[in-house]
Write a protein that binds this ligand. Structure first.
Ligand SMILES: C[S@@+](CC[C@H](N)C(=O)[O-])C[C@H]1O[C@@H](n2cnc3c(N)ncnc32)[C@H](O)[C@@H]1O
Length: 236
């Protein structure tokens, strides 16, 4: 067991987590203990669990609407999904993760922390289309934005958002990926910073919001020209 001092919350965690602090502290202990033992997080992350992981993820809750259904793609050891589930009991969260030993750990966390609003699903995001739907999809350190968009946008309800936690290159990555994201589904995208004054630096999030009521824009639909004719002018 890692020493308690390693996982003791810093002072400003109290303001951020409020009454949820004891449960987040228990989660920090699980990460520092079984999480490290089973190779789900590196031992060097333990001293910076709070600032760099737990608090950094928690502030994303600022932009998640009340009562939203959330899918956390590539949850790993539970970031950001478990933290959001603790902090926001109003959310219903699915932790979507393909690797068995990670889903085993996630199920243990859900059970031990008593998170009735969080479920764990083993699977790949690209295979969840048609089976899972959400108002918000979160993802941290899972895939480049264009690929992530291809997995996440089909899972969103109209008006729903992908919230991708990214680093300092977020703006550049968004500009490179914007056209690809639009091909997936009509959407608007921006880079926002959340948690100013609560975490330093603020957490950078690429937010991609689906604007259409319709489904994904499929190549066949895009090729269709108005007037019931296809691109070559032949009547359909
Ligand atoms: C670098 S880890 C990040 C874990 C966690 N989000 C975090 O920030 O600590 C990437 C995670 O994405 C998962 N992953 C990779 N490909 C995936 C896919 N196609 N669908 C869902 N999850 C995937 C991996 O199994 C792994 O747990």
């Amino acid at each position: 067991m890692t020493s308690g001092a390693d996982t003791a919350p810093p002072e400003r965690a109290s303001a951020l987590f409020g009454g949820a602090l004891p449960v987040v502290t228990r989660y920090a202990e699980l990460l520092a203990d079984a999480g490290v033992e089973r190779g789900l997080i590196g031992p060097r992350e333990v001293p910076r669990l709070w600032e760099r992981h737990l608090m950094n993820c928690a502030v994303v809750e600022e932009v998640i609407p009340q009562g939203a259904e959330v899918i956390d793609i590539g949850s790993g050891a539970g970031l950001p999904g478990v933290v959001l589930g603790i902090l926001r009991p109003d959310l219903r969260i699915v932790l979507l993760e393909p690797l068995l030993r990670r889903t085993v750990f996630l199920r243990e966390c859900v059970e031990l922390l008593g998170l009735e609003n969080v479920t764990v699903r083993r699977g790949r995001a690209e295979e969840a289309k048609g089976e899972l739907q959400a108002d918000v999809v979160t993802a941290r350190a899972v895939a480049p934005l264009a690929r992530l968009g291809g997995w996440a946008l089909p899972l969103l309800r109209p008006g729903g958002s992908l919230l991708a936690l990214k680093g300092e290159q977020a703006e550049a990555e968004l500009e490179e990926s914007r056209a690809e994201l639009m091909k997936q589904r009509p959407c608007v995208a921006d880079v926002i910073r959340v948690g100013s004054g609560k975490v330093d630096p603020a957490t950078t999030v690429v937010r991609v919001t689906v604007t259409s009521k319709g489904d994904q824009v499929t190549p066949s639909r895009r090729q269709r020209a108005p007037g019931g004719r296809n691109k070559r002018g032949r009547k359909r």
